[in-house]
Design a protein around this ligand. Structure first.
Ligand SMILES: Cc1ncc(COP(=O)(O)O)c(C=O)c1O
Length: 391
């Protein structure tokens, strides 16, 4: 292994949302607590990323960034090489991350009062993006079959009406780590095409997929589907660059793209900060070996979580993850109330985990654990969890 994923790097006092706000959010002090919630990783990115920033700092002048051609080319190459999806550089709009993009997309394509479908339990900022823009959330709940989530299109058929404008797909799914199959995606796309529903496909976790699974880019399924799909990607999850606040919105359809760009312009968003594209291009251009090693490391962490849960946490299950580094732990079998589960996790184990109910319906008595950290940190967290739930 060339890269070091084992060293623990102290992030306290670095303005880290994950570490420096966990006490406010979860009552867990960073002095003795472990931050295993928010989706960023405890690893350095590929070294070329920090080299690129160092060069910019050494140059020293931080004026407006403008020419994004090499950044866009790095995305075009990545999507073709890793995902078999051929895109044009002019299909890409660069936003301040994907939450920013989802909000702008709702503003661009929905009117207040319109309905927007999500598939909970799901990444919680989708809910706020919909309601804060005056739209209504339609919860098309995932169903659990053989321990994994499946989409329920029969349920969606009953929920979708004339005011249903958009569906926000999370692919791969967070939480629960499903990597949707080509067939599942085709069925969903056909459903939405028939009803003229735009699909915003949030594929930010697209590179974080384990052995035996393949991510399918929804918009790559054919021109008809692509004409109603907006794809959101970013280098931020793959290479641990969330602070870059730089996301890609990829739209092949000219009229959808024009409408989106108009909304960006109305909000005064004309480009990213200068560091984001530098970091992302360096990662896309030089980070492939790093990603390969990262995925091996994460896969072993995933398996470690699963084995500890299976062997030492009676009444708890972890959903088998096909992608993402976010274990979805189900505590229903413990018979404890949500309050009791939270108290054991936060007060006894001193762990900050995401609380399941924030992910919407289906999240009760669940917790999301981010295992993208050095193994000694993960082992410590798991030991604490086991002792907090010892009966
Ligand atoms: C599905 C999903 N979309 C978007 C984001 C956040 O994207 P950004 O940091 O670019 O706003 C996350 C972060 O966890 C996520 O899981």
């Amino acid at each position: 292994m060339t890269y070091d994923f084992d060293t623990i790097i102290d992030r306290r006092g670095t303005q880290s949302l994950k570490w420096d706000s966990m006490e406010d959010r979860y009552g867990v002090s960073p002095d003795d607590g472990l931050a295993m919630w928010l989706a960023d990783m405890e690893f350095l990115p590929p070294p070329e990323v920090n080299d690129a920033i160092r060069r910019a700092v050494d140059h020293g002048i931080h004026g407006y960034p403008g020419d994004l051609a090499s950044y866009h080319n790095s995305i075009v190459n990545w999507m073709e090489h890793r995902h078999g999806w051929k895109i044009e550089p002019n299909w890409i709009s660069t936003t301040h991350g994907i939450v920013n993009a989802v909000n702008l997309l709702i503003q661009a394509f929905c009117e207040p009062g319109d309905k927007v479908v999500v598939q909970p339990p799901v990444y919680y900022p989708f809910f706020g993006a919909i309601t804060s823009n005056g739209c209504e959330v339609i919860n098309n709940r995932l169903v659990r079959i053989d321990g994994r989530y499946r989409m329920d299109l029969e349920d969606l058929d009953g929920l979708a009406g004339p005011a249903t404008r958009m569906l926000i797909l999370c692919s791969p799914h967070n939480p629960g780590g499903r990597v949707w199959t080509r067939t599942e995606l085709e069925t969903l796309a056909e459903f939405c095409l028939d009803r003229n529903i735009i699909i915003v496909s949030d594929e930010i976790h697209h590179d974080l997929v384990y052995e035996g699974f393949n991510h399918t880019v929804l918009a790559s399924l054919g021109p008809e589907i692509a004409s109603r799909v907006i794809t959101c990607t970013s280098a931020s999850k793959t290479f641990n660059l969330a602070g870059a606040m730089t996301g890609n919105v990829i739209i092949s359809d000219d009229s959808l793209r024009r409408r989106f760009k108009l909304q960006m312009s109305r909000c005064g968003i004309h480009g990213p900060n200068s560091f984001g594209p530098l970091m992302a291009s360096a990662a896309y251009n030089h980070g492939e070996q790093w990603l390969k090693e990262l995925l091996n490391y994460l896969q072993r962490n995933r398996d470690r979580v699963d084995s500890v849960v299976r062997d030492s946490l009676p009444g708890v299950t972890s959903m088998p993850l096909e992608g993402t580094y976010l274990s979805w732990l189900d505590f229903w079998g413990t018979g404890l109330s949500m309050e009791e589960i939270v108290s054991r996790v936060q007060d006894e184990a001193r762990l900050a985990l995401n609380l399941g109910p924030t992910f919407g319906p289906g999240g009760d008595k669940h917790m999301r654990l981010n295992f993208a950290c050095p193994r000694p940190m993960l082992d410590e967290a798991l030991e604490r969890l086991v002792s907090a739930f010892r009966v």
